[in-house]
Structure formats: structure tokens, C-alpha cells
Design a protein around this ligand. Structure first.
Ligand SMILES: [Zn+2]
Ligand SMILES: [Zn+2]
Length: 425
């Protein structure tokens, strides 16, 4: 039998209703912050990611889901959302329109890596980007959006981890100092870090290998090497955060895995998740648009894995309830086929009136249909038999309270609508 490809997963009902709920909350919160949705293709030219995400990052070196199409073009399933948004922004002339522009996106991202627990080759992300603002207020705005989204989903007590990785001019001096510091400790480093030490020493800072962790103890901090402009940005941003009562932890080992970041990098963690507790990762990317051949337009944003958010909400204060209950189960059973047809008409009327309604197309016995109504957590059953049709009524039965009564067929839709919306009064 055919199975789904390695590293992919199916989302089945009722979990799909949880996805719909969480995506709905993401849309609502984005709307409140006046971010507009943008949709970009799931695959792009490989070069887009090689140029922006960085040749020496794990993503491009090992994890890119790249392929040649039938005419030999190098393409890649998108590994992340920011570079495609920046590409679309430039391609559609938005760089010369009013700025800043604020976007959010949702959709699948791909990484060709060894499948392991909780890591998939296809996963879904929500992210936001502000393009055209170098102001630290924009850094704080995206951070606040992430925090409020988490809170809205019942994840209170998130912790904000913050660092600045400077700009190309102050970072090169810092990189030299870091290489100088790490060179005598090369023996401690993992193979990846040994090979990338000279090219991309910042990656050693966030390597999870034990040897690399011990090598960076006491290493110089980027924050002590910021140029005056980067320092001013950092000071203003941390001041705005403090003015809003938002606490943060400075984490000098936080660099994020992408080459295009400048200045602010941040993560939002939620401790109850344990080892894999990062919900959100983001930062500023003031050089990205220029890197793609556009004008020097700054940007800031974040990405958030939706699978991990869903996992977290199960442990939070507002676990998402799958929507499985229905309002009315209509049972139409008579000696004549017209009874079933009349019942089917009632199903249509109830659905038009906004109620979630089901019936049995197989027309099984009364007993079997009552069992079905029960299994579907129906609030009410509406029963039409020969007797009801003869009297021009419908029998409605409360599945939770057990009572039943006859209602004139002309008013049954209104009666049921009132009963359903008044439920739990
Ligand atoms: Zn700088
Ligand atoms: Zn390492």
C-alpha cells in the first residue's frame, strides 16, 4: 500500500479543526496589528536562498530541498518565508510605494534533513515582516505581536531572549576577535564548526555540541563591539521594551542560523515545552533587500512553527478543543420514500439557518440512527416518521436532557435555532 513520503505527515480530523482555529487566531491578531497577508510560491529559484540565507548556513549546505526541473533549472522548495517575501516585494515594485509595508504569511516550508522526532521535511510556518522601517519601534512591534499571539493561545509566561549581531561593519571586527579567541580551542569544536570557523565563526556560538558550548565560555560578546549606530539602535530598542514593562534576557550566544540578519535577533521561548521550547525566532535584516538587487530598505520580522505552537497549546491555559459536536441530527424514517425526502429538505433548511446538521444517507434503523446522533455529540435529534408527517409536526429530542416534544413543521427551524443558540444559558 502507498504511504506518504518520509518526513511528511497527514493532518486528520478532528485535528484539522484545531489548525483552523490557530490559523484563525493568527489572522485576527495580524489584522489587529494591521499586517496584510502575502502568499508566495512554495518553490523558488535556488539562487534566492543561496544568496540570502547564506552559503555557509546549515540550511543551504545540508538541508535545502533543491531539485532540477525538466529543463535543468535549479529550484528549491522554500526553506523559510522571509527571502520569498523580500523577492515579491521587489518584483512587484513595492519598494517605490509607501513604506513601511507590513506582511504576514502562513504556509508550508521544507527542509531536506534526516527525519527525527518532531522534525519534518515539510512543516508549516506563520511569520510577519515589516519592510521599510529601521526604527527600533518596528523591532518591538513584531516582538509584541509574537507575545500577544502566544498569550491569546494561552501561552503565558513566555520569555524573550535578545541579542544584537551588529551590522557588516562592526561585525567583521568582532568576527576577527572571535576567531582569534576560538583558534586555540579548535580541538574542542565539532567537525562542522571546525570547517566553518574561519568563514562563519558566529555559528559556533549557537552550536548545540558540548565541545563547542564549552569552547565559547568567556568568548567576547558582540554587544561589546557594536558600532555607534548599532549601539544606539540597541539602546533605544531595549528602552522601548522597558517602557512597556517587557522584560528580556540578553543572550550573547543567540545568533539565529541565517546570514541575512543584522542588529536585533530574538527568540520567544515557552519554558513548559522543555528542551525544544523556542516558539518564535526572528530579527532584523537591513541588508536583505539590497542583497537581492534592490535599494537599501531595512526589514524586521519573525517566523513561528505552527506544529510546535499546537503542541504548546495543549499544555497551556487554553487547550484548543476540536470541533466535533453537531447541532441537529435529522432522522427521517417512513414507509414511503417521501418521508426521507421531506427530512432531507429539513436538513437543508436547518443548514441554511446556520445550524450544523447531519443525517443518515443510508437510512438505517431508528435505533442505529439514534446511536449515530449520540456518537456525533448531536445536541438535538429531529425525528420525522409516518406519524409526524400525517400530523404536520416534527419530534425534537434533546440528546443531553432526554426530553422530547412535537413542534409544528412550520416553526421547527426557528425552535431548533433558539434551542441551539440558547444552549448552556
Ligand atoms: Zn554596526
Ligand atoms: Zn559545533
Amino acid at each position: 500500500m502507498l504511504k506518504a513520503p518520509r518526513g511528511t505527515s497527514d493532518t486528520l480530523p478532528p485535528d484539522t479543526s484545531k489548525w483552523a482555529y490557530i490559523e484563525g487566531v493568527m489572522r485576527q491578531v495580524s489584522r489587529r496589528f494591521n499586517f496584510e497577508e502575502i502568499r508566495t510560491p512554495t518553490f523558488e529559484h535556488l539562487e534566492l536562498f543561496a544568496r540570502t540565507v547564506g552559503e555557509t548556513t546549515d540550511i543551504v549546505e545540508k538541508e535545502m530541498y533543491s531539485f532540477k526541473d525538466k529543463t535543468g533549472r535549479d529550484l528549491a522548495l522554500r526553506p523559510e518565508g522571509t527571502a520569498p517575501v523580500a523577492r515579491a516585494f521587489l518584483e512587484h515594485g513595492m519598494a517605490s510605494g509607501p513604506l513601511p509595508r507590513k506582511f504576514f504569511y502562513m504556509g508550508p516550508m521544507f527542509r531536506y534533513e534526516k527525519p527525527q522526532a518532531g522534525r519534518y521535511r515539510e512543516h508549516r510556518q506563520f511569520g510577519v515582516e515589516i519592510l521599510g522601517s529601521a526604527s527600533p519601534y518596528s523591532d518591538v512591534e513584531v516582538i509584541v505581536l509574537a507575545m500577544e499571539l502566544a498569550a491569546e493561545l494561552g501561552l503565558t509566561g513566555t520569555t524573550l531572549h535578545l541579542n544584537s549581531i551588529g551590522c557588516p561593519s562592526c561585525r567583521s571586527g568582532y568576527k576577527a576577535k572571535l576567531i582569534e579567541y576560538l583558534r586555540p580551542k579548535t580541538d574542542l569544536l565539532c567537525e562542522d564548526c571546525k570547517s566553518r570557523l574561519e568563514r562563519n565563526p558566529l555559528r559556533v556560538l549557537d552550536c548545540k555540541q558540548e565541545g563547542c558550548r564549552s569552547a565559547i565560555v568567556g568568548a567576547p560578546s558582540m554587544l561589546d563591539h557594536l558600532c555607534p549606530d548599532c549601539k544606539a539602535h540597541w539602546d533605544q530598542m531595549t528602552r522601548i521594551l522597558a517602557s512597556q514593562g517587557i522584560s528580556f534576557e540578553v543572550d550573547s550566544a543567540l545568533v539565529r542560523g541565517l546570514d541575512y540578519y543584522t542588529r536585533t535577533v530574538f527568540e520567544l521561548k515557552w519554558p513548559p515545552l522543555g528542551a525544544q521550547n523556542t516558539l518564535v525566532g526572528g530579527g532584523r535584516y537591513d541588508g536583505l533587500i539590497a542583497e537581492l538587487g534592490g535599494p537599501p530598505i531595512p526589514g524586521v520580522g519573525f517566523g513561528m512553527g505552527i506544529e510546535r505552537m499546537l503542541l504548546a497549546t495543549d499544555k497551556g491555559s487554553k487547550p484548543i478543543q476540536a470541533e466535533t459536536a453537531i447541532d441537529v441530527f435529522v432522522i427521517g424514517l417512513g414507509t414511503d420514500q417521501t418521508v426521507g425526502e421531506k427530512a432531507f429538505g429539513l436538513v437543508r433548511d436547518l443548514r441554511r439557518a446556520g445550524l450544523c446538521c447531519e443525517f443518515d444517507p443510508l437510512q438505517r434503523s431508528m435505533k442505529a440512527q439514534m446511536r449515530q446522533a449520540d456518537r456525533m455529540n448531536a445536541k438535538f435529534a429531529a425525528i420525522l416518521g409516518d406519524d409526524e408527517v400525517a400530523r404536520g409536526v416534527v419530534t425534537i429530542r434533546s440528546m443531553s436532557e432526554g426530553w422530547q416534544k412535537s413542534v409544528d413543521e412550520s416553526s421547527v427551524v426557528n425552535v431548533l435555532r433558539e434551542e441551539v443558540t440558547g444552549c448552556g444559558k
